[in-house]
Design a protein around this ligand. Structure first.
Ligand code: ADP
Ligand code: MG
Length: 247
């Protein structure tokens, strides 16, 4: 369980959130959309323990979250991989930093690469991969750590449309039945509807998040994408979004 309670979060020159409260249970995926600069990344940094709140608490399963917390995985838009390491070494790196013995971390890295369909590329160097493949490796690296809290900051924004769809499908199937809390920040309403079990619209200064239940929750992205319910949900959310942003 993730609990953000009465948090004031920001930087020296501005408060981004004032009195933010948010709870999410294992198995939930929160998809957060909002205009650029409203505080989406700041929310993830606070949830990850990378940005300490000025007031309030962030806890995962009852324990405070701190920077470098092994229970938290973060996937960024720019994959953050090391070009001079192989795919396998990149995926095993997090485990290595946490002192997991070699045999165990190689097995975990292979399993994670298998989960993202990249096992055959394990010996390759990062520079030889496409953007979509690199993002699969970045997801595998986080997946290998088996985080309790998975945070993703616009992970597919740099990818072309078809690659993005295949990664949305992948993420959706990875998350199905997983007992972790996930937060996906995206600028795409479509993506929020395809992946989120709950959708948050972030707006205002200081920022607020208005939560909307997703009627498509539980469907896989590839079946949802072509259903009439998907288009209806996207249209409904767009209207809601416009109301909130212009309120
Ligand atoms: P988003 O991810 O929604 O685009 P951010 O969370 O990055 O928004 O930023 C929210 C606000 O905080 C913006 O006004 C931004 O300029 C400011 N901000 C972000 N990072 C920093 C930082 N390291 N120092 C000072 N201000 C920052
Ligand atoms: Mg951002």
């Amino acid at each position: 369980m993730l609990r953000i309670e009465r948090c004031t979060v920001g930087y020296a020159d501005q408060t981004v959130f004032s009195d933010l409260t948010l709870a999410a249970a294992p198995g939930e995926t929160l998809a957060v959309v909002g205009p650029s600069g409203c505080g989406k990344s700041t929310l993830l940094y606070a949830a990850a323990g990378l940005l300490a709140p000025h007031r309030g608490t962030v806890a995962l399963d009852g324990q405070p979250v701190a920077a470098g917390d092994r229970r938290v995985g973060l996937v960024l838009q720019q994959y953050g991989l090391f070009p001079w390491f192989s795919v396998l070494e990149n995926v095993a790196l997090g485990l290595r930093l946490h002192g997991v013995p070699r045999e165990e971390r190689v097995a975990a890295a292979y399993a994670a690469l298998d989960a993202v369909g990249m096992q055959q590329l394990a010996p390759r160097f990062i520079t030889t991969l496409s953007g979509g493949q690199q993002q699969r490796v970045a997801i595998a690296r986080t997946w290998a750590m088996q985080p309790r809290l998975l945070l993703m900051d616009e992970p597919f924004s740099a990818l072309d449309a078809l690659t993005r769809e295949s990664l949305q499908d992948l993420l959706c199937s990875l998350l199905q039945g997983r007992r972790m809390v996930s937060i996906l920040v995206t600028h795409s309403i479509d993506e929020a509807v395809l992946i989120g079990s709950r959708i948050g619209v972030m707006h205002g200064h200081p920022a607020k998040i208005t939560w909307v239940d997703n009627p498509l929750s539980g469907r896989t992205a590839d079946t949802a994408r072509t259903s009439p319910e998907f288009f209806a949900a996207v249209a409904g959310l767009r209207r809601r979004f416009a109301e909130l942003l212009h309120a």
